[in-house]
Ligand binder design. Structure first.
Ligand SMILES: [Zn+2]
Ligand SMILES: [Zn+2]
Ligand SMILES: [Zn+2]
Length: 281
């Protein structure tokens, strides 16, 4: 399985687009991996997790062919994860000419909660030329596996937005497996139990680290990351071969990529960066 981090920053981007706090100044000065666009990721080149508002520019920079995406898996409807304008364009007849695909097969499958369904419906309503047949929505439920291309995914309840059912996802291709865990704060005991019941030993665990050295809230910080690592190990969901990555960094944490890597490297974590490709299994 191949995971590509496309964007690895929180809602404002890092540096924040209108921000000159110390962390944003450091990030601008240091450049490179310290510059982070809004989060989304691709698995095996055709399953996209979340629709970043930066996806168009990210695709040009990273050489991604967005028309190849057949499945979109959505974690939640915060605007840094669900760009409704993009979805409207994907549904527009004139905007999606795919010569190698039959007309009836030219649709994008979208998976998410009922809240995502409402956001998809609204996006299609707002695009005056949308062809709704180009988007097929599937309402997926916590703990219930679904198939997207060669992958099986299981939504699990995140701890993020009080008025919405938000998901993190377990993903497997039958051989390799990963847990993609953002946006979320500390996972509930119920979710941890469900993860334990999956019977997987993850090859990779990707965690939200928007809070950095600050206490966790609807996002994790390093304390919560270390605790989740410990719990997963304790439950036998990870092993000596498991790799841990941090994602969704925010300027509000006050800590830039390079410094977070220095801090968390010795704890067994790698800080992800925009464009990073990780081969799993
Ligand atoms: Zn976010
Ligand atoms: Zn800032
Ligand atoms: Zn969010």
């Amino acid at each position: 399985m191949k995971l590509q981090y496309i964007g690895t920053g929180a809602a404002e981007g890092f540096p924040g687009m209108f921000c000159q706090c110390d962390a944003c100044r450091w990030a601008r000065k240091a450049g490179g991996h310290n510059l982070k666009t809004r989060s989304c990721a691709m698995i095996d080149g055709h399953v996209l997790i979340d629709l970043s508002p930066d996806l168009y520019v990210q695709s040009l920079k990273l050489g991604l062919e967005l028309s190849e995406i057949q499945d979109l898996v959505v974690t939640h409807t915060h605007k840094d994860h669900f760009d409704s304008f993009f979805l409207g364009l994907r549904a527009k007849d004139g905007a999606t000419k795919l010569p190698d695909r039959k007309e009836e097969d030219n649709y994008l499958s979208v998976y998410g909660s009922s809240f995502v369904k409402a956001a998809v419906d609204k996006a299609l309503e707002e695009e005056p030329y949308s062809n709704n047949a180009r988007i097929r929505f599937e309402n997926v439920k916590p703990g219930e596996w679904f198939q997207a291309g060669n992958l099986k995914l299981c939504p699990l309840k995140a701890n993020h937005k009080n008025d919405e059912l938000c998901y993190i996802y377990a993903v497997t291709d039958g051989t390799a497996s990963l847990l993609y865990a953002n946006d979320t704060g500390t996972l509930s005991e119920e979710t941890l139990q469900m993860i334990g019941d999956l019977g997987l030993v993850f090859d990779l665990v990707s965690m939200d680290c928007a809070r950095g050295t600050l206490p966790g809230d609807g996002h994790m910080g390093i304390r919560e990351n270390l605790e989740l690592k410990r719990r997963l190990e304790q439950m036998g969901c990870t092993g000596s071969e498991t790799r841990y990555y941090l994602n969704h960094l925010s300027h509000m944490s006050g800590i830039i990529h390079d410094d977070l890597q220095s801090l968390m490297g010795p704890e067994g974590f790698t800080v992800s960066y925009d464009g990073m490709i990780v081969n799993i299994g």
